[in-house]
Design a protein around this ligand. Sequence first.
Ligand code: ATP
Length: 251
Amino acid sequence: MTTATGQGSAPPPGDGPVLAVEDLHVRYGGSHVLQGVSFEVPATGVTALLGRNGVGKTTTLKAIIGLAPRTGRISLRGKDIQGDATPRIIRAGIGYVPEDREVFGGLTVDENLRLVDPDQGVNAPIVGRLFPDLVSRGKQRAGTLSGGQQQMVSLARVLLRETSVLLIDEPTKGLAPKLVTEVADVLAEIAQRTPILLVEQNLPLVRRIADTVVVLDAGQVVHRGGAAELVADQELTRELLGVSMRRDGAA
Ligand SMILES: Nc1ncnc2c1ncn2[C@@H]1O[C@H](COP(=O)(O)OP(=O)(O)OP(=O)(O)O)[C@@H](O)[C@H]1O
């Protein structure tokens, strides 16, 4: 559904989580990638999903959106969605921005956005408010944009629908530090209205915009807590993520 102002359905009633994942399992052939993952995404702010490379962060997002074979319980605003197919899950109010951005390179910026909102495209108010650069690039082919600009198209596209929660996978991957900061600014702005479940390796960005963190290891959740507390604890980040605080990649 398209709205005049784009993103931002009303928050769910009460203080409950917008999204709840319980005992989620994903198997790829003989590989048991997620082994009973449970966590909740609060109805406000940014929840960062962290973990070492290959631990199953992308798989978790794909399982929620119905793109990975899964068992377990997933509920959106208290309503079970685990048996639903992807189009229905998206219609129910989950927005998904995949890691590879998936813009249509042969189409213009405006045409990419009109695939979701045929009436407005770059003229949608939310595009002007959050992505003014895209408005001026409306006639440019998306394939000629930089990685950061393509990420903005991908984010703008998902915001043209009414969503209750956004799943965003490594939006700053491969971007120069200045663009990382721009994407972080946009994510912080989006999170004022719509809760985000964010997969992100850039810890300065996590510290800046995330409220809570969920850390995966060996197919399970091994840590939940405040984002600032985790990032401030060098020993814990090394233990859980195998990294020290990255000094590159401004946010
Ligand atoms: N379609 C698939 N078929 C088989 N195995 C897969 C498939 N997709 C992912 N995997 C495997 O599942 C595991 C988890 O992958 P996933 O991409 O979810 O990890 P990740 O935590 O997002 O990794 P990264 O941080 O490197 O992006 C990996 O071992 C990966 O090789």
